[in-house]
Structures are given as structure tokens and as C-alpha cells.
Design a binder for this molecule. Structure first.
Ligand code: SAM
Ligand code: DTB
Ligand code: SF4
Length: 335
């Protein structure tokens, strides 16, 4: 199979003037995606970079800022997560933050160059404090920022209420392949997650959905995870690819390290199968070299989280990110 059939050497085109539009496919066979993963690294990166520059300015990165609005004590058993009540990770637990505290953080994020503010809550899904979260969304939207929230499972009504409050994106990851899923989470199913994504779409919000690399999955699981995302009726507008942050106390703390090139391959394949989506280089950047991050950008990553903290885990300092952007000639989107 010629998996390079649609690549060319075109460079520097922008989304408004694609020289050769990439086909938006929703019928990827897993064998095709595995064949992309199996390409020689240089061929894969060349293909992905070609797709990237046909659809985006390759030197612009969308910047989001995360805030944990409710930390810890989560009833779910996600084996990677510092916030699950099932594991002792020593994390200080907090109730829902005050609306004003969240808005002050959003103002600071905007001043530091973030265009999107993402609020995460360690919930199975929204509960009694949901009205306060709706006020947070309204307030962040009124600042002129893009809004995103990650609150766990949603029903149709909750999705409508979030849309009504001004939520632009909802983050809900599939995390891994359908086959590997039960090894990682038992308290909610892969289908539950797909149902939430459908409610988000039906309510008219943009979908932010991706997964994690480095949880002991096989290479085929990465292909199946990306196949699931690419074969959704509509590609998620934003696809976070997280490198597992190994959290002491979680069942995955001792899992084997991922080969950095395999992580870059995952970014590249995501870029090829979802040509118009933002692919986000997400959690795990503290464990990556500058060179590895540069390869991820070349392979098509064009979004990231900036700020010292993700939800509860660390992230590179704003100074080191500024320096990296300067050295690579990258610019934040919207500046
Ligand atoms: N509770 C909500 C949920 O699960 O949808 C929202 C927050 S949850 C922390 C959001 C996502 O963060 C997870 O789906 C997972 O992909 C990612 N994540 C959590 N812990 C991580 C870790 N240790 N390393 C990498 N990614 C992680
Ligand atoms: C996503 O895919 N990654 C972000 C966001 N969506 C909500 C969260 C990463 C969390 C990393 C662990 C922590 O900070 O607690
Ligand atoms: Fe809870 Fe989300 Fe962490 Fe799972 S990933 S334990 S749902 S906070």
C-alpha cells in the first residue's frame, strides 16, 4: 500500500490557500494507520510536515492555559491519574474554586499570551456545583478568551447548558484504544466516553479529544486510538496527545519509558489522519528535550499548554517556553 500517495513538497501555504487540499477521511482501516507508523521515520515526518503546511502556518502554535477548578477526590479509577481517590498520590485536595478566583487566573493567563482558558474538574461528571461552573464559563468568555472545560461525562442537557454559557470547546479524551481501555479505567466505559462526545457535538460545541502515550500500550493500540478519533463523524477540532506523566502512587508509576521517536510518530500520524485538526503537544513536556519538542512541532503539533502547571502536575516554565519559541522561530497564534 502506498501510504505516501498524497504527499508533495509544497511549503509555506496557509489554511486560506491550500495548494492541494488533503482528503478528509473518516474510513481509515487500522492496517493503513499501522502502515503509517511503520514508515521509516524520515518518510513519516516528511509526509506529516507536508500535510501540516498545506493546512496551517507551520510556525504558529496555539497556546492554552489550564486551571484545575476542583482538585482530587475523584471517584473514577483512571490508573494514570494523580486525582483519583483510589490511589494515594499525596495530592492536596480542594473544593471547587470561587468564581472570582478562576476569573482572576483567566485574566492573568490572557495577559501572558494564552488565547484559550481550559478549566478541569476531578469529577465523574458535573454535580451540584454545576451552576457555578456555568458562571465561570460566562465570565471567561466575557474576557474575550476561548473557553474550554473538562468536567468528565456529560448528558445532553449539561452539554446544552455549557454551550448556552458560552463554552467553545469540551475536552474529553478516549485516552487509549478500545482494546486497551479496560486495563486503564474500569469505572466508566469507552462507550460512555463516545456518548459524551456525541452530546458535545449535538450541542454545537467544538470537541477536544485525544489520549495518552506511554501507558504500556502496544503500537497497535496507538493506531487503534488514532483510528477511533479519525473515524468519528467529524474530526475533533483539537487532539491532545499526552505523554504519560508517571505519578508516584498510581498503578502506572513504574511503567516502561516510551521511546521518544514513537511519541513523535504518534504526533505525525495524528497530523496525517486529521489534517485540519489542531494536534496538541500536551502533558509530559517536562520530560522531553527541546529537540524532541522541536521534532513534534515539525511532525505537526501546533498547540500546547503553557504555564508552570497543567492541572496538578508541572509543566516547563514560561521562560523556557519563550526561549524555545525564540530558538525555533515559532510564534503564538493570535499575536
Ligand atoms: N475528570 C475529567 C476527565 O477525566 O475527563 C477531566 C480531567 S482529566 C485530568 C483530563 C485528561 O488528562 C485525562 O483524560 C487524561 O488524558 C489526561 N491525564 C490525566 N493524568 C495524566 C497523566 N498523569 N499523564 C498524562 N495525561 C494525563
Ligand atoms: C488533556 O488531554 N491534557 C490536560 C487536559 N486535557 C485537561 C490534562 C493533563 C493532566 C496532566 C496531569 C495533571 O496535571 O494532573
Ligand atoms: Fe477523575 Fe478525570 Fe482523573 Fe479520571 S482522569 S481520575 S475522571 S480527574
Amino acid at each position: 500500500m502506498n501510504v505516501l500517495a498524497n504527499s508533495n513538497t509544497n511549503s509555506g501555504t496557509t489554511p486560506s490557500s491550500p495548494a492541494c487540499a488533503d482528503q478528509m477521511r473518516h474510513d481509515w482501516a487500522v492496517e493503513e494507520i499501522e502502515a503509517l507508523f511503520a514508515l521509516p521515520f524520515n518518510d513519516l515526518l516528511f509526509h506529516a510536515a507536508s500535510v501540516h503546511r498545506r493546512n496551517f502556518d507551520p510556525n504558529r502554535i496555539q497556546i492554552s492555559r489550564l486551571l484545575s477548578i476542583k482538585t482530587g477526590k475523584c471517584p473514577e479509577d483512571c490508573k494514570y491519574c494523580p486525582q483519583s481517590a483510589h490511589y494515594d498520590t499525596g495530592l492536596p485536595k480542594e473544593d471547587l474554586l470561587e468564581v472570582e478566583t478562576v476569573l482572576a487566573a483567566a485574566r492573568a493567563a490572557k495577559e501572558s499570551g494564552a488565547s484559550r482558558f481550559c478549566m478541569g474538574a476531578a469529577w465523574r461528571g458535573p454535580g451540584k456545583d454545576f451552576d457555578l461552573v456555568l458562571r465561570m464559563v460566562e465570565g471567561v468568555k466575557a474576557l474575550g478568551m476561548e473557553t474550554c472545560a473538562s468536567l468528565g461525562l456529560l448528558n445532553a442537557e449539561q452539554a446544552r447548558q455549557l454551550k448556552g454559557a458560552g463554552l467553545d470547546y469540551y475536552n474529553h479524551n478516549i485516552d487509549t484504544s478500545p482494546e486497551h481501555y479496560d486495563e486503564i479505567i474500569t469505572t466508566r466505559t469507552f462507550e460512555d466516553r463516545l456518548d459524551t462526545l456525541a452530546h458535545v457535538r449535538d450541542a454545537g460545541m467544538k470537541v477536544c479529544c485525544g489520549g495518552i502515550v506511554g501507558m504500556g500500550e502496544k503500537k497497535d493500540d496507538r493506531a487503534r486510538m488514532l483510528q477511533t478519533l479519525a473515524n468519528l463523524d467529524k474530526h475533533p477540532e483539537s487532539v491532545p496527545i499526552n505523554l504519560l506523566i508517571k505519578i508516584p502512587g498510581t498503578p502506572l508509576e513504574g511503567v516502561e519509558d516510551t521511546d521518544p521517536f514513537d511519541f513523535v510518530r504518534t504526533i505525525a500520524v495524528a497530523r496525517i489522519v486529521m489534517p485540519e485538526s489542531y494536534v496538541r503537544l500536551s502533558a509530559g513536556r517536562q520530560a522531553m528535550s527541546d529537540e524532541m519538542q522541536a521534532l513534534c512541532f515539525f511532525a505537526g503539533a501546533n498547540s500546547m499548554f503553557c504555564g508552570e502547571r497543567l492541572l496538578t502536575a508541572g509543566n516547563p516554565s514560561p521562560d523556557s517556553d519563550r526561549s524555545l519559541f525564540g530558538r525555533l522561530g515559532l510564534k503564538p497564534e493570535g499575536v
